[in-house]
Write a protein of this length. Sequence first.
Length: 219
Amino acid sequence: MATLLHLDSSVLPVAASASRAVTDAFRKAWEEQHPEGTVIYRDLSAHPVPHISADAHSAVFADPSEHTPEQAAAFAARLPFIEELEQADAVLIGAPMYNFSIPSTLKAWLDNVIVVGRTAGDTPSAKGTPVTVVASRGGAYGPGTPREGYEYVQNYLQSVLQDMLGLDVEFIVPELTMAAQVPAMAELVPLAEASRSKALEDAAARGRTLAEQLTSNAA
């Protein structure tokens, strides 16, 4: 049975969050295709993971036998996040753009799971795991747009997830999500609706395909 690790980081509920709506479409398609599978879910907004402390950071670079009690406790608190990533057959991440970057709660999760010599480095422990990132944003930040240079979500996550952790990353990008709320963006509503529809379709297709591939490989 395949395991999906599903992370959401939007501060909004599903009804008001583009990223949650799209990750929900992926997950439903995954579960329909693979009902006997396992889903590990973390709502990073409702239940934030702790930010990295000095003890949690320094513990990585010390032999476990030499850990102080504080280092041992701090690293033990990181282990569930690390092990969930390592055990997952696929990862789904909702990553809305807040002030041109990712939510701080998602950054905290990344800081917990990035361990040089284990999950990161020459032989990352989760190398090759497929990761689907739903990178929603209120405007448009793609190549050729006026705000192309302000895009720090895909660029950052591509570097961290793929280059550091060795994961196989694919992005789904619902954009212009604020068009219906911002009067100056009213003329962009049709484009926003088309982007949302495509994102939902792509997410459902991706969820089904990955579930099918992983269950076939395990057969």
